[in-house]
Design a protein around this ligand. Structure first.
Ligand SMILES: Nc1ncnc2c1ncn2[C@@H]1O[C@H](COP(=O)(O)OP(=O)(O)OP(=O)(O)O)[C@@H](O)[C@H]1O
Length: 232
C-alpha cells in the first residue's frame, strides 16, 4: 500500500530549490534508509515527508530538540503533549502522572537510560541525549518513524540496539543515517542522494557496501563500522 507519493516536486528552502523535480514513492511497511553526504538534501526530503504525513509520523530530529533544563521524564512526556489538555500537562510538570511515569520508565529502561528519569537533560552525555530524543519519538506511538540521523552520536553496538527498538515498534520507517552496514542489515531499501538528485534507489538485497560508499566520494577510504560488523 502506498504511504506517500512525490511526483516531480521541487523541494527547498524559500526560493532556493535543493531537490528539483523529485519523484519518489514510499510504501507502508517499508524500512527506508536515506544516505548521502552532508548537504545532499536528506533533511529537506524528510521535512517534506513529515509535512505530508503530519500526525501519522513520529519525528526524531537531527538536533534532538530537547529542553535542557527539564528532566528526562518531561522531555519524553513531550512526545504526547498534544493528547492531553493544558491543565493535565501543567499538573504533570509539577507532579508526574503515575501511569505516564511507569510507561516512560519502562521505555527508557529499554533504551539503556534507567535511573536517569529525574536528571535534567543538560547533565547528560551526547549519546544519552540522543536516546532521550528517540524515547520521545517512540512515546508518540505513531505509525511511521521518521528520523534525521537519530543514531549519529551513539557507538555502533548501541546504534544497532536502538534501531531494533525503533523497528520493533514501527513497521514503516524512513531514517537518514551514515552507517552503511546498518543500512544494509536493517533496511529494505536505500535511497541515496547527491547534490539534490536521487542517485540510488534500490532494495538492500541488491546492494553492497562498496556501492553505498560510492555515495560519499569525498570521504576517503571506507571504514565500514568494524565494531558493528563484528557484533553480528
Ligand atoms: N533552512 C534552510 N535555508 C536555506 N537553505 C537550507 C536550509 N536548510 C538546508 N539548506 C540547504 O539545503 C541543502 C540541503 O541541506 P539538507 O539539510 O537537506 O542536507 P542533508 O543531506 O540533510 O545534510 P546533513 O547530513 O548535513 O544534515 C544544503 O545546501 C543546505 O545548505
Amino acid at each position: 500500500m502506498s504511504l506517500l507519493e512525490l511526483d516531480r516536486v521541487d523541494l527547498g528552502h524559500g526560493t532556493q530549490v535543493v531537490l528539483p523535480g523529485l519523484s519518489l514513492t514510499f510504501e507502508s511497511g517499508e524500512r527506508v534508509a536515506l544516505l548521502g553526504q552532508s548537504g545532499a538534501g536528506k533533511s529537506t526530503l524528510l521535512a517534506e515527508i513529515r509535512r505530508r504525513l503530519d500526525s501519522a509520523a513520529a519525528w526524531c530530529p537531527q538536533g534532538h530538540g530537547l529542553v535542557p533544563l527539564l528532566a528526562v521524564y518531561h522531555n519524553v512526556y513531550m512526545g504526547r503533549l498534544e493528547r492531553h489538555g493544558a491543565l493535565t500537562n501543567l499538573i504533570n510538570l509539577l507532579k508526574p502522572r503515575r501511569e505516564a511515569w511507569k510507561e516512560i520508565e519502562h521505555l527508557v529502561r529499554e533504551l539503556g537510560l534507567e535511573g536517569l528519569l529525574r536528571r535534567p537533560v543538560a547533565q547528560l552525555s551526547g549519546g544519552q541525549r540522543q536516546r532521550v530524543a528517540i524515547a520521545r519519538a517512540l512515546y508518540q506511538q505513531r505509525n511511521v518513524f521518521l528520523g534525521d540521523e537519530p543514531l549519529a552520536s551513539v557507538d555502533p553496538h548501541q546504534a544497532r540496539r536502538l534501531l531494533e527498538c525503533i523497528q520493533a515498534r514501527h513497521a514503516t520507517c524512513i531514517i537518514a543515517l551514515h552507517q552503511h552496514r546498518l543500512a544494509l542489515d536493517h533496511f529494505d531499501r536505500v535511497i541515496g542522494l547527491r547534490d539534490g538528485q536521487v542517485v540510488l534507489d534500490a532494495p538492500t538485497r541488491e546492494l553492497t557496501l562498496a556501492r553505498l560508499d560510492a555515495l560519499y566520494p569525498d570521504a576517503g577510504p571506507p571504514h565500514h563500522e568494524a565494531g558493528v560488523a563484528a557484533s553480528t
